[in-house]
Structures are given as C-alpha cells and as structure tokens.
Ligand binder design. Structure first.
Ligand SMILES: [Zn+2]
Length: 376
C-alpha cells in the first residue's frame, strides 16, 4: 500500500487541505480501479465502505491476490466535510460558489481530440494508451504549476487526475432516505450489471449524458465523444467506465451494510478476474435497468407537513399515493401520487415540505425527460 497526499489550493492564509489517496496492488497491473467516497460530504456511507475496503484490499494485497491496481480516496471532499452550520452538515454545495460538488468537472475532450488522428493507429490498446496520456496531460496543464485559483477547482481537478487512467471508476454516494440504487451509462451497464447484482441495486438508471458534467460522466463522455469523432477510422473502446453507487440513505452508516457493500465490490472484482479466487454465483437483479430519462422527481404541490404513505423499495402503480402534504391552517391536504408505475427508491428526509421541493424519486419505464436529468 502506498499513501499519497495531494495538497489543494488554500482559500485563505493559515489553512491547508489535501486529498489523501491510497494505492493497492501491482503498480504495473494492466487494469486500474478508482474508488472514492463522500464526494457529497454529507453522504457518509461511502466513506465507511472505503475504510472497510482499506482493510480488505491490504489483506488481498498481502496475500498476492490483487491482480489490479486500486486507487482509493476515502475522503473525496475535505472542503464540504468541514461545512457545518449550527449542528447541520451541509456537504452537497460549496459554500463559496453555491455549486453542487458533483457538477461541472473539467471537460478536456477538445484538448485530447486536437490532432489526435495523427497519433492513432489500428491497435486498440495503443489508442487507449495515447488517449489516457493526453487525458492526463490535459489535466496536468489545467492543474498548472501554481495550481487552480480556487480550492473547489483544485479539488475537482485533483480527483479527476487521480481517476483519469482508471478502467473503472466507482463513485460512492447515497441519497437522503433510500434503498440501494445506481447510475451509469447504457454502454457501461454490461460491465456493472454483475456489480448491481452483488450490491443488490433496486434501481439502475442509465444515461449517457445527464447534463451536469458530474464526476462519473467527466470520464465516459470523453470516450463517447472520441468514439463519435474518430471511431469510424480507428479502433477505440471505452478506456473508462464509471458508475455512481448510491449506498442507501444518509443515515445508513453501519458496519454490516458497509461490509456487505465492500464484499459486493470485491466479489465483482473476482467476477472480472481482477482478484484471485472464484466469484460467488451471481444473485438475481432485484429490479431491471431503466432509463434515467424515465425517472420521475415527485414535487410538493404546496408547502406543508410531509407525511409518507409509501417507503423506499416499494414497486408502485401509476396513481398510487406516495405522500400527503398537509396545511394545518387551511386544512388543505394535497396527495402526491406516482405518475407512472416503477420503483420508489428514494425520498426526502425533510418533513416540512416547501412548495415545489422534490419529495420522492421513482424509477419509471416511460422516458419523457430530456436535457438536464439530475436534481439541483
Ligand atoms: Zn451524492
């Protein structure tokens, strides 16, 4: 195991933050896995899974069973982790810029594509290496000698730089109050479907570009774009496949759950042949994959007390009552119903709804959304 520290741009004198990365397995391994936890710093189940994985990966490495290189970042967002306001952790948005910590990652596709055809040939492995070198160089150039101006920007680029050569990127998040679910691309779904089975994902939502330049998509969109531009002339694959694993809800910081999730990741690595030993038989997939464009955000029609009539993990029918919003002054009671059949997988933790807020998420089957597909 190797522990590296990556200093971040300091926002004010007298403060210093860093990203800590832990590296396991042979440095010259052919395949590389990147895992990070708690990019949204108020989503801590991923941090516990990462810590659990530290022990498991150290054991596997000592036993010579690790056939891939693993980069692990248990605390992906030290900036957000330090944002507490009157006993409430607020790790989703950067206080300074009010931006979501999982949006607007650098898009370096133009820099990679510029003059790329002169460097490609008919060898797919060569092309993958050339693109990874250029990806790394573009991020190094953005990081520069003096570093980016803001802490947020240096944090984003540092995480991207750590992950940009990985074959697989696992970004460990959670929702507010939720069951196991994940987001990935249609192209990556065959790779991650076995992981979804071991993990027990009850909703699997697929989109190539959900519009937010989120961490997972800042890798896959580069390869997607290069395939579109050069794929008819040169053999190209996806040099990086990524998945955002949603480890239930914010309160699900629990040793048994973390042990389950860490084991799911190791079983999946065994299934891919990246950890020695036989993988356990694949469990069934709890719920089929659906398009992210078919997912519904259910909004509160008025402000008021939010009382749920359904719990995450339930399959629901069109028109089924999910919650009521109660105005205790006017006695108005407004139902919130499922707009279509699907898997009710996540809900708000708040119980005083403000008018228009998202109260529940349902993975449906009828695609009807386009453009920006994510929550704020
Ligand atoms: Zn998140």
């Amino acid at each position: 195991m190797e522990h590296r520290k990556h200093p971040l741009t300091s926002p004010v004198p007298g403060t210093e933050r860093q990203i800590d990365s832990f590296h396991y397995g042979p440095a010259d391994a052919e395949r590389h896995l990147y895992i990070q936890g708690a990019l949204h710093a108020d989503e801590l189940p991923g941090m516990l899974v990462a810590w659990t994985l530290k022990q498991r990966l150290a054991e596997l490495e000592a036993q010579g069973q690790l056939a891939c290189r693993v980069t692990l970042v248990p605390v992906a967002n030290p900036v957000g982790l330090d944002q507490q306001l009157m006993d409430t952790p607020l790790g989703r948005y950067d206080f300074e810029s009010l931006t979501n910590f999982n949006r607007r990652y650098a898009n370096v596709a133009d820099e990679i594509a510029d003059g790329l055809d002169a460097a490609l040939n008919d060898d797919i492995a060569h092309n993958r290496d050339v693109i990874r070198d250029r990806f790394e160089a573009a991020l190094d150039a953005a990081l520069g000698k003096t570093g980016p101006t803001t802490t947020l920007e240096s944090m984003r680029l540092t995480l991207q730089r750590l992950a940009c050569r990985a074959d697989f990127v696992l970004d460990l998040h959670c929702d507010f109050d939720a069951v196991e679910h994940l987001y990935t691309t249609p192209a990556a779904w065959p790779v991650f479907e076995p992981l979804a089975r071991y993990f027990g994902a009850k909703a699997n939502m697929l989109a190539t570009d959900s519009g937010g330049q989120s961490f997972d998509e800042c890798f896959t969109l580069v390869w997607e774009r290069l395939q579109q531009t050069f794929g008819d002339r040169f053999p190209l694959d996806y040099g990086c496949q990524s998945v955002t694993l949603e480890l239930r809800g914010q309160r699900d910081v629990d040793h048994d759950l973390a042990a389950h999730d860490a084991q799911a990741i190791i079983d999946w690595l065994r299934h891919l042949g990246l950890v020695a030993g036989e993988a356990p038989p694949l469990p069934g997939l709890p719920y089929p994959a659906t398009e992210l464009a078919a997912m519904d955000f259910l909004h509160a029609p008025i402000g008021g007390l939010l009382v749920f009539h359904a719990t995450p993990g339930m399959t629901v029918e069109a028109g089924q009552l999910i919650a009521e919003i109660i105005d205790p002054i006017s006695d108005r009671v407004e139902p919130v119903r499922a707009p279509q059949a699907g898997m009710f997988y996540a809900r708000s933790q708040r119980r005083m709804a403000t008018a228009g807020m998202i109260v529940a998420d349902i993975a449906g089957h009828r695609s009807h959304r386009s453009g920006y597909l994510l929550a704020p």
